[in-house]
Design a protein around this ligand. Structure first.
Ligand code: ADP
Length: 574
């Protein structure tokens, strides 16, 4: 109960801006309750008038009921309006807040969870959280109306009332057992659902590679087994529901039978009039519906509890840690930075063991080493994508842990091996990183990145949509767009992570030229497969076994590092 209360308080944080709408919603629900209680009383009068052959009064009463029903329809229209409005506003707020939190999560958390975990919570769970006030209102309204009718039966005949109370208790016990079973299974169901939606995400992302690898069948088999597993749990959930419902339906039918016997007995003993018996019988289905409502409400409340806990875990728990930044702000990064005895591991294995080096502003430095040596990891750490285990990373003499997000992320750009190009127009790809961008700046950046001729050849030029539903870019074009995107950001430190690996020789030499042009204006770090592309760097750092093995110019390394020399020679032989 405490969890429910806490979760309701948590949900209220998102709904409280709709306080006035909520008050109107409750008032209109109260009016609905009153009308819904008046109508059965008038209907009961109709039965009495029928049995007494008072037809003129009966028609008048029917007309009154018609008027009141119409008032109820109008109130119900307004109630629905309030409910949809509150839902829309609350849902938007929760989803935005959760989306923000997901973007702040530590990268290790993102690496260790499937995308389904976040997608499901962002879509399904937020929906249940936002809907809770409507659910409470709707079900409590229905239950109060039924209780009202129940009270009327108490006034008509106490013995019938007590009989119905016993029936309700029995049905409630059965319903409560069903809900408990259902909720246990629902938890497992949702975890599996996250896995399925994560896997579907993988398929969509990797669809080209799956086709190329001719692996459609094995992916379909895997999907089939996951979906089958998921649906089995769903089937089990519904199966236990079905079985319990079979029991409760039997109880309800039995109630109908016993009630009629009881009513006949009471009429025979002259303790109940026929008209009253008809009224009780007319509304006896409400007695059983009250239990259905209570059951459904319990289902929804438990669903809500589960969803709120899952959302809350992401918003505020140690399990889903957020990236931490300091308070120091650097308006203009100069571009000096250093690693001092840095140690780092993604999991158990140490990737960087004792890495120390210093980069001066406006230097162009290359990182070389075998694949898996930790070069890209150094770039990620410099952008504070992960927290280091030991040592220090300094930017312009300040520990990276003390700097705020803005100082780090808006002053360093990584151009990766497979840059992510957003599924929007080329112009918007630029605007998303710099909203105040002018056309001249954008065109200039594309010129430097050798992309302008290609963009001009597109039918919609800079307004061409990239990706799904638009133009697909080649690996080289993507990288050039990413380079241009980095150029408009005007960040001081640019990291090229094997960025020229997917380019043809001609484009690559243009990019090389672009890098040459940027040299001495930006601090540039390059990871390159082909040593030929970085021979002219100011310095080369050779990374081996999680440490900087040696550093110097290309010529210096050839003489002082055997490992570097053999790497270079092996490349010459290719
Ligand atoms: P390089 O750029 O030198 O090829 P990386 O820095 O990409 O090397 O990777 C270094 C090691 O860290 C590799 O063994 C790689 O498998 C591992 N690694 C890289 N990224 C992750 C990650 N996100 N989670 C776990 N391990 C990772």
């Amino acid at each position: 109960m405490k969890t429910l209360w806490n979760n309701l308080k948590f949900a209220w944080q998102y709904a409280k801006d709709q306080k006035w709408m909520m008050i109107q919603y409750i008032i209109s629900s109260i009016i609905t309750i009153i009308i819904s209680l008046v109508i059965p009383i008038l209907s009961a009068k109709i039965i009495i008038l029928f049995t007494n052959n008072k037809f003129y009064q009966l028609i008048f009463m029917a007309f009154i009921i018609f008027l009141i029903e119409n008032i109820r329809n109008i109130v119900s229209y307004f109630t629905n309006y309030c409910s949809h409005y509150i839902y829309r506003e609350t849902f938007t707020k929760i989803q935005t807040d959760l989306g923000k939190s997901i973007l702040k999560l530590e990268n290790k958390i993102i690496d260790n969870n499937s995308s389904g975990v976040f997608i499901q919570r962002l879509t399904n769970d937020t929906d249940r959280l936002a809907d809770i006030f409507n659910v409470l209102n709707v079900y409590l309204t229905r239950i109060i109306i039924d209780i009202g009718i129940f009270c009327a039966i108490f006034i008509i005949h106490k013995m019938v009332f007590f009989y119905l109370i016993i029936m309700i208790i029995l049905l409630y016990l059965l319903e409560n057992k069903r809900v408990k079973k259902y909720v246990e299974k629902d938890k497992v169901f949702r975890e599996k659902k996250e896995k399925v939606s994560g896997f579907v995400g993988e398929i969509i992302r990797g669809i080209r590679d799956i086709k190329m690898l001719n692996a459609e069948n094995s992916f379909v088999d895997e999907l089939h087994s996951k979906v089958k597993d998921l649906n089995k749990i769903r089937y089990d959930m519904l199966d236990s529901n079905r079985k319990y419902r079979l029991g409760s339906s039997f109880m309800m039918d039995l109630n109908d039978l016993v009630l009629i016997v009881l009513l006949v007995y009471l009429i025979e003993n002259s303790s109940l009039e026929i008209a009253s018996a008809l009224i009780i019988h007319n509304y006896s289905f409400r007695i059983t519906s009250i239990i259905n409502y209570v059951g459904e409400l319990l289902d929804k409340v438990k669903d809500f509890n589960l969803s709120a806990t899952r959302i809350f875990a992401i918003l505020d728990s140690d399990e889903y840690k957020k990236e931490q930044f300091g308070n120091k702000h650097l308006n203009q990064v100069h571009g000096d930075f250093s690693f001092e005895n840095v140690e780092f591991s993604y999991g158990k294995e140490k990737i960087l063991k004792d890495v120390s080096f210093q980069i001066h502003a406006n230097e162009t430095v290359a990182f070389v080493g075998k694949s898996g040596a930790g070069k890209s990891t150094i770039f990620s750490l410099l952008c504070k994508m992960y927290n280091i285990d030991a040592g220090k990373i300094m930017i312009d003499g300040i520990d990276i842990r003390e700097l705020d997000r803005e100082s780090i992320r808006s002053n360093i750009t990584i151009i990766s091996q497979n840059p992510y190009i957003f599924n929007v127009s080329i112009r918007d790809n630029f605007r998303l990183v710099k909203p105040s961008l002018t056309d001249a700046e954008m065109i200039h950046a594309c010129k430097v990145a050798c992309l302008d001729t290609f963009v001009e050849s597109l039918p919609e030029k800079y307004d061409t949509i990239i990706g799904e539903g638009g133009v697909n870019l080649s690996g080289g074009q993507k990288q050039r767009l990413a380079i241009a995107r980095a150029l408009v950001q005007k960040t001081e430190i640019i990291l090229f992570d094997e960025a020229t690996s997917a380019l043809d020789n001609e484009t690559q030499s243009s990019i090389q030229k672009a890098i040459e042009n940027m040299k001495h204006e930006y601090t540039i770090l390059i990871i390159a497969h082909r040593l030929s592309t970085i021979i002219n760097s100011d310095r080369i750092l050779f990374l081996d076994d999680g440490k900087i093995e040696s550093e110097g110019t290309h010529c210096e390394l050839l003489t002082k590092s055997n490992k570097y020399r053999s790497l270079y020679e092996s490349e010459l032989k290719k």
